[in-house]
Design a protein around this ligand. Structure first.
Ligand SMILES: *[C@@H]1O[C@H](CO)[C@@H](O)[C@H](O)[C@H]1NC(C)=O
Length: 391
């Protein structure tokens, strides 16, 4: 008997639709043994979930239900068999309260050589306060671990994640391409040492949108070899502001280029927009930077380029920075400075800053005109610029 043609077509259609609706494999950490009490070590369940998701030959989900999960140091490494792993976190991951457990590991939660990872939701609690106390007391303490790190990875999305009380940096991006963060919120005490909010280096194509960052060091810091960055709608403070640098620590170093930072509110920060380089020889550079649209609420140094950074005052012969800074625009920046010098360009005597632009910048100090100061800096000002430009 010959099968009717339309029966065959139906059969094929049925098989196709069946394979399409097949559920995405989902690995629930609780089903893999994690405990929600915040006290039982659940590291193994998370590593098992990762091993399953990473070896899946189709997109996979790691699901973290509500609750608190104590986890130690973890490394989620590629290369995986698929390029779409979604980590949905409804709960809080808690670091060990004894900082010695992860304090020398570099990073608490580390992703290495992965492609196509989305982290959505969740809270990461680094429990850093006892380590900060140790450091602030000048005792001998471990360096601490950064909370979340991505290295040598691409196509990363981080959305709606909260990071609390990291021991060291909250989030860092190193050697990555195409990273999107949105709705990230970060909080640590204003006196917590080295708790940079988000650090980006040796990476290209990094966007950060709608981030709220309160911390003890830079809200966002940009290291060598970062390019094509786009940061928008950032609220920073307390913290040390948004910094490019420190750059030029090494004599051979990749430059920073094509950076846009838009719509930022700085509240009581040490700096607003800062570029900072060591006062020593280097082949590094900074070019093509746009700082556009900021409200300063008592930022101590709202606009600052400091090319004389030399913290221990040694190893900086002649204090001449080799980092070449060219093409930096500050536009539509308003508000108050907590120090009299609201605009400070202190550039390298050997490689003066060039093509610095100020466009509609109005900053006051105690409701009085603030002051600007230029050393080895050239450029132009447009529109209403107060304090009047020294370029
Ligand atoms: C600069 O970076 C943006 C992303 O922030 C990107 O869209 C643009 O193509 C880059 N420009 C160049 C010349 O690479």
């Amino acid at each position: 008997m010959v099968m009717p043609m339309n029966f065959l077509v139906l059969l094929v259609l049925f098989m196709i639709s069946f394979s399409c609706v097949k559920a995405i494999p989902t690995y629930n950490v609780v089903q893999l043994g994690a405990k929600t009490d915040g006290r039982t070590d659940s590291t193994k369940a998370f590593l098992t979930a990762w091993a399953n998701a990473c070896s899946s030959d189709q997109p996979a989900v790691i699901y973290v239900p509500q609750g608190r999960y104590l986890i130690g140091n973890v490394q989620f490494s590629g290369k995986c068999n698929n390029n779409h792993i979604m980590i949905r976190i409804y709960g809080t991951l808690v670091a060990p309260s004894d900082y010695n457990v992860i304090g020398n590991s570099g990073t608490w939660i580390m992703f290495e050589s992965v492609i196509g990872i989305t982290i959505s939701g969740g809270t990461l609690d680094g429990q850093g306060s006892s380590l900060w106390a140790c450091k602030n007391a000048g005792q001998n303490c471990p360096t601490g671990a950064s909370t979340l790190g991505f290295s040598n990875s691409e196509n990363i999305v981080i959305s709606g994640l909260k990071s609390l009380n990291s021991q060291l940096f909250h989030i860092y991006i190193n050697g990555c391409q195409n990273v999107n963060m949105r709705g990230v919120s970060i909080a640590a005490a204003s006196n917590s040492p080295n708790t940079d909010g988000i650090h980006v280096q040796l990476s290209t194509g990094v966007t950060i949108r709608r981030a709220t960052i309160k911390t003890g060091d830079d809200c966002i810091s940009i290291g060598p070899g970062a390019s094509n960055l786009w940061f928008e709608h950032i609220i920073c403070g307390p913290g040390h502001g948004i910094s490019i640098g420190s750059l030029g620590k090494d004599s051979q170093e990749q430059g920073v280029q094509n950076v846009t930072v838009k719509t930022v509110t700085f509240i009581g920060t040490q700096n607003g927009f800062r570029i900072k380089t060591w006062g020593r020889q280097s082949n590094g550079f900074v070019r093509g930077v746009l700082f556009q649209g900021a409200t300063m609420v008592n930022a101590y140094n709202p606009i600052v380029i400091d090319q004389n950074y030399c913290p221990s005052q040694s190893d900086c012969p002649g204090k001449v920075s080799g980092v070449k800074i060219n093409g930096v625009t500050y536009s539509n920046i308003y508000g108050s400075s907590a120090s009299e010098v609201a605009v400070k360009f202190d550039c390298s005597s050997e490689y003066p800053c060039s093509d610095i632009r100020l466009e509609n910048v109005q900053l006051t100090y105690q409701n009085q005109p603030a002051v600007s100061s230029c050393t080895n800096a050239a450029g132009t000002s447009y529109g209403d610029v107060k304090p009047s430009s020294c370029l």
